[in-house]
Design a protein around this ligand. Structure first.
Ligand code: TYM
Length: 329
């Protein structure tokens, strides 16, 4: 039986990139694998990026990230759902892996280079970020990891860490594989300038009011080849076309494809046609989030219970690691 694991950072409001790229798969795999699906809000990872970490906001953001996952359908009664720092073994295993991971492997991580490139002083934790991520996964001997494409290199490194450990200490960990959302490997940001990401300020949040979403979509770039209203366009080369694929029903998709390629519909109307799909998808999540916010203990209790369940799996695996690595116990 495969075991699913994934983590999500509490670095602000979760976006539709998080949703379509990863969270939707958490829910689907959760329905399939029940207690063998383990999800966690990785609060310790948030420390690694000074641009994202704020001591006064971390607690609230952790709560909000949990609430948003529950609002989109993650059911803590079915899966295991908890906060990373509540299971101390994550940092313990991370340290052991840190001592065994070549510096060069970490320095070539693209995400590290991107994030470190804009910092004056680089925290060592930013370099160690993927090691903590490997510990998150391997602490549960998980093998199926739903993530967006940007995490591919980190999962590869996790496989190498598992392989190295198994080679040194005997077969212990599986070599996990990433599972992607087919249509949302890399959801583009609303500025059309690459991946949707909080750090680029180009996100649409899952819990964002519709008028605020419209205010972002209205000026958003479209197919650059469509200079005049009378020019035909290509929805496959258009940010709004990409969003339609995520939100719209087949009739709307047909309508905008024909309209765009024959110049029968203007870009503003094409954007307007996106709003019903956005409303249909996000408003139920927003309603559910409001209910959960009115009953915050539902979220807190779920996380406390989830941490107990996670510990019950993690502790014997950590004990196995202690014994194999020669720690005195
Ligand atoms: P994070 O918090 O940046 O993002 C959470 C998940 O959302 C996906 N994602 C996207 N997918 C498609 N298009 C986008 N624009 C987009 N933006 C975000 C991410 O790929 C991710 O799956 N390192 C991880 C957190 C982590 C983790 C783990 C994941 C820590 N430990 C163990 C898996 C297993 C991260 O920063 O995700």
């Amino acid at each position: 039986m495969p075991r699913v694991f994934s983590g999500i950072q509490p670095t602000g409001e979760l976006s539709i990139g998080n949703y379509f790229g990863a969270m939707q798969n958490y829910v689907k795999l959760g329905e399939q694998y029940g207690r063998e699906a383990i999800y966690c809000i990785v609060d310790l990872h948030a420390f690694t990026n000074p641009a994202a970490y704020d001591k006064d906001l971390l607690t609230q953001r952790t709560f909000d990230a949990a609430l948003t996952n529950m609002a989109v359908g993650l059911d803590p009664e079915k899966v295991i759902f908890f906060v990373q720092s509540h299971v101390r073994e994550h940092t313990e295993l991370s340290w052991i892996f840190t001592t065994q991971t070549p510096l060069g492997d970490l320095e070539r991580m693209t995400q590290f280079k991107d994030k470190a490139g804009v910092l004056e002083s680089i925290p060592a934790g930013l370099l160690m970020y993927p090691v903590l991520m490997a510990a998150d996964i391997l602490l549960y001997k998980a093998d199926t990891i739903p993530v967006g494409e940007d995490q591919t290199q980190h999962i590869e490194l996790t496989r190498e860490i598992a392989r190295r450990f198994n080679h040194t200490y005997g077969d212990t960990f599986p070599e996990p594989k990433a599972v992607y959302a087919r249509d949302a490997l890399r959801v583009p940001g609303v500025d059309g300038a690459g991946k949707m990401s909080k750090s680029k300020g180009n996100t649409i949040a899952i819990l964002e009011p519709l008028d605020s979403i419209w205010a972002k979509l209205r000026p958003a770039p479209t197919d650059p080849a469509r200079v005049r209203r009378t020019d035909p366009g290509n929805p496959d080369k258009c940010l709004i076309g990409d969003y339609h694929k995520l939100f719209s029903d087949l009739d709307t998709l047909d309508m905008i494809r024909t309209g765009c390629t024959t110049a029968g519909i203007g870009c503003v109307d094409c954007k307007k046609a996106l709003m019903p799909g956005i409303e249909r998808t996000l408003v139920p999540f927003q309603d559910r989030a409001a209910e959960l916010r009115a009953h915050p203990d539902t979220v807190r209790d779920a996380l406390a219970h989830g941490a107990q369940q996670a510990r019950a799996i993690a502790q014997p695996i950590m004990q196995e690691v202690r014994e194999k690595t020669g720690l005195f116990f």
